[in-house]
Write a protein that binds this ligand. Structure first.
Ligand SMILES: [Zn+2]
Length: 87
């Protein structure tokens, strides 16, 4: 199966967790927890709050390793959603 990387949160996701467009088609650029029904779930999300969340996922919830969190954080500025904010 194709391994997708969410262009908002930077986490890998599978086809089952693809975001959805307004016309109910799947969006393969964003995961379902970031993008639903044609818009971002959390409009006020910033790259910084995402960094905090990723570190929490590693340190508090053990959902990912700290190394994974750090490599995702390093890549955030290159993702489609955040690309503009560093120009
Ligand atoms: Zn996402």
């Amino acid at each position: 199966m194709k391994h997708l990387i969410c262009q908002s949160c930077g986490l890998p996701f599978s086809g089952k967790f693809m975001g959805t467009n307004r016309n109910n088609t799947k969006n393969d650029e964003y995961c379902l927890s970031c993008f639903d029904n044609g818009e971002f779930v959390d409009h006020s999300l910033t790259m910084h709050s995402l960094e905090v969340k990723l570190v929490e996922m590693a340190e508090v919830h053990n959902e990912i390793t700290l190394e994974e969190a750090q490599s995702v954080i390093k890549n955030l500025p290159y993702l489609k959603r955040w690309h503009m904010s560093i120009m």
